[in-house]
Design a protein around this ligand. Structure first.
Ligand code: DCP
Ligand code: MG
Length: 414
């Protein structure tokens, strides 16, 4: 049957913390040759805690912890001073959202249980979180950076990637200008890593924290990156780290020396290959200078309503075509999806959707078809069908699957 298919493509964008500096559409910055690129990663220092210190400057130099549940704000006295909560007095199940470097020196880090930390640093000051303030300073620092550099990828509340490739200024000078702009706008410090790609720059920005600047060339890989733990690579999460440890691989250098065949066999083709490349400092990902899409979908309204049994061949063909299209969209945007969904609109205009979340992200039309079969089995076909749609969501970039899952947990916890 030759059904005329009206295809509609939808790309849903997340709101997130993102600012997109006037870009209204999704756009890629074409990757240049790795060796030529100058990519910076900027990460704010002890971000939430530093914002709190702007409000309570007398706490500078003290162990300060931000986090917990129902933590009361400091009480202001008649003399204008504050009485602060003491970590040692905290009772409850909350976790540390972040801590100052002084608190970290006492062993108190993000994600740790506060009751446990209370024993490590009882005299530390405990402050409640104030996300509105953090979002405000996030916007301020991003605007300040945007006044110096125009190719920016927003990666979250306290980090961004910058492409400095086209700039004439020496890297160190430019990085200092950026740090100064951030400091002038917010009174906060940040750390910057510069290297030929995002993967290395992300590692680099952490090398010299706080208020750091680390510039790395491809030649520094062996001396500065290889001695580090594999978990320093964005994309090697706790699960992969543990599995690598079981194989006797703890440092990035050891990972680089591991046989690619072993990595492929242990981690599957895609992730195994990525692990090998990451350890060798290879990463061609371009900066994504606009908001990331949250989902991609294709749908089609039929000229005549179709019957689930009598028009099975046509429905199969249409579903296959939708999967092909969504797959091509994913490939075109260098994305994989972890969730696949079907949308069915019936002749009576009722709409049913079914989703499936997958253990591994997928991209191929075949994998989409297989995932969709599961969704289709769960639909109650009570009427003729007017419209079918296929949706790919929980989108991730190849190679960062692990880390994105970690980030997800991270925000859920806060
Ligand atoms: N954050 C959170 N939950 C976590 C870790 C961090 O909510 N488990 C928040 C608090 C941090 C902010 O995200 O201030 C940024 O995270 P970073 O990992 O960049 O940590 P910091 O900026 O606090 O410290 P650093 O100086 O190490 O970047
Ligand atoms: Mg930070």
């Amino acid at each position: 049957m030759s059904e005329s298919i009206v295809l509609k493509i939808t790309i849903h964008f997340g709101v997130g913390f993102g600012c997109c500096y006037g870009c209204s559409s999704f756009s890629w910055v074409a990757p240049e040759m790795t060796a030529k690129r100058r990519i910076a990663h900027l990460d704010m220092d002890a971000f939430f805690a530093s914002v709190e210190l702007l409000r309570y400057p007398e706490l500078k130099g003290r162990a300060v912890v931000v986090g917990g549940r129902r933590v009361p704000p400091p009480v202001s006295g008649s003399d204008g001073g504050y009485t602060y909560g003491r970590l040692g007095d905290y009772v409850g199940r909350g976790v540390v959202t972040t801590s100052t470097y002084e608190a970290r020196a006492l062993g108190v880090f993000s994600g740790m249980g506060l009751m446990h930390c209370a024993r490590l640093a009882p005299d530390a000051v405990l402050l409640p979180t104030d996300f509105e303030a953090y979002r405000h300073y996030s916007r301020l620092f991003k605007q300040a950076v945007a006044s110096v550099v125009d190719v920016i990828e927003d990666r979250g509340i306290d980090e961004i990637y910058l492409d400095l490739t086209a700039r004439a200024e020496p890297t160190a000078l430019l990085a200092q200008q950026i740090k100064q702009a951030v400091s002038d706008a917010t009174g906060l410090t940040c750390s910057i890593g510069v290297s030929p790609n995002k993967l290395l720059s992300k590692i680099c920005s952490d090398l010299d924290k706080p208020d750091g600047l680390a510039i790395l060339t491809a030649d520094d890989l062996k001396t500065r990156i290889w001695p580090l733990a594999v978990s320093k690579v964005n994309g090697i999460g706790p699960k992969a780290t543990a599995k690598l440890k079981g194989l006797g691989i703890e440092t990035i250098g050891e990972l680089a020396q591991a046989s690619p065949a072993l990595l492929l066999q242990q981690f599957g083709h895609q992730y195994g290959q990525w692990l090998h490349e990451a350890a060798h400092g290879i990463d061609e990902r371009p900066l994504v200078t606009s908001r990331e899409p949250k989902s991609l979908s294709r749908e089609t309204t039929f000229e005549h309503n179709l019957h689930v049994r009598y028009d099975k061949a046509a429905l199969t063909q249409i579903t296959d075509e939708l999967c092909d299209r969504v797959s091509r969209d994913l490939v075109g945007k260098s994305l994989l999806c972890r969730t696949v969904g079907i949308k069915v609109k019936f002749a009576d205009f009722s709409v049913v959707t079914r989703d499936i979340s997958l253990p591994q992200p997928i991209q191929s039309a075949q994998a989409l078809r297989e995932a969709l079969a599961d969704c289709l089995r769960r639909v109650q076909w009570h009427d003729r069908i007017r419209l079918l749609g296929v949706r790919a969501s929980s989108l991730v970039h190849p190679g960062v699957e692990d880390q994105d899952a970690a980030q997800l947990t991270f925000w859920r916890e806060t």
